[in-house]
Design a protein around this ligand. Structure first.
Ligand SMILES: C[S@@+](CC[C@H](N)C(=O)[O-])C[C@H]1O[C@@H](n2cnc3c(N)ncnc32)[C@H](O)[C@@H]1O
Length: 245
């Protein structure tokens, strides 16, 4: 009879990039896993997740890079995540604890979400645990001294890949906003913030906590900046109503 206990899959958020913003729990979990998966992308290579995995992996631990599927259809992407989920499920069923590391928080626009969904389908009984991480927008707020919300103000997080008209509507509403996934749309976003009279309540942070960090509290200074400046960046727009109590 096989009495080996099933291992656990951990989705671990490792924070935005400052090694001091990795949680104690993340370090403990990573140090005890037999295998750590590191998602990589052909579009933008990030060194930090692999560095964290290698730094905290035990001597017997395998650190394995998996490339994000950039397949055109959601079926193909789904098949890709199912394959990885099956591989992870086999490892866990053999008694191994397995982790996937991702930047920021594990459940905010993160690869972990796809993998957890695929695992739920291929191995619904598998023990899974998520270790939250400090999101990039929390560090951006700290670096710029920007309150994210006070009193009764709502805070809205928008991936800037969305329709610009929708983003403009949100900015014009005066709500507090976090704009993520800005990429090559930085100049468009600056124009939009100016049109809405929101430039003076907006800040920009790129590569928060990472090498090449760029903090800008006057977005006018970013006019004409290289297209790459928007990569791995967030814009925080403070609520227009400062009396939100
Ligand atoms: C796939 S999402 C990951 C979000 C991440 N899970 C989080 O909680 O911050 C990628 C987006 O997160 C933001 N991001 C992640 N790390 C960042 C960093 N170190 N500095 C600034 N923005 C970052 C950027 O907006 C980027 O386009």
């Amino acid at each position: 009879m096989n009495t080996m206990a099933t291992g656990t899959f951990y989705g671990v958020g490792i924070g935005p990039g400052d090694p001091e913003l990795l949680t104690l729990k993340a370090v403990r979990v990573l140090s005890s896993c037999s295998c750590i998966y590191v998602p990589t992308s052909k579009l933008s290579r990030q060194e930090y997740p692999a560095q964290v995995a290698r730094r905290y992996a035990g001597s017997e631990c395998e650190v394995k890079e998996v490339t994000f599927s950039l397949a055109a259809t959601s079926e193909e992407r789904c098949r890709h995540w199912h394959q990885i989920a099956q591989e992870i499920a086999l490892r866990c069923e053999a008694g191994e604890d397995v982790a996937l590391v991702t930047l920021g928080d594990a459940l905010l626009y993160s690869t972990t979400i796809y993998l957890l969904r695929a695992l739920q389908e291929v191995a619904p009984e598998l023990p899974v645990e998520t270790v939250p991480g400090i999101s990039a927008f929390s560090l951006a707020a700290a670096l710029t001294g920007t309150p994210l919300g006070e009193g009764q103000q709502p805070l809205r997080v928008i991936p800037a890949v969305k329709d610009m008209a929708e983003i403009e509507q949100a900015v014009a509403s005066g709500e507090g906003l976090v704009l993520m996934k800005i990429g090559s749309r930085l100049q468009e976003i600056i124009d939009l913030l100016e049109r809405c009279g929101a430039l003076d309540r907006s800040v920009f942070v790129a590569r928060a906590g990472l090498e090449g960090q760029h903090v800008e509290t006057d977005l006018r200074h970013l006019r004409g900046a290289d297209d790459k400046m928007g990569n791995l960046s967030v814009v925080l727009v403070q609520a227009a109503d400062e009396e939100g109590v």
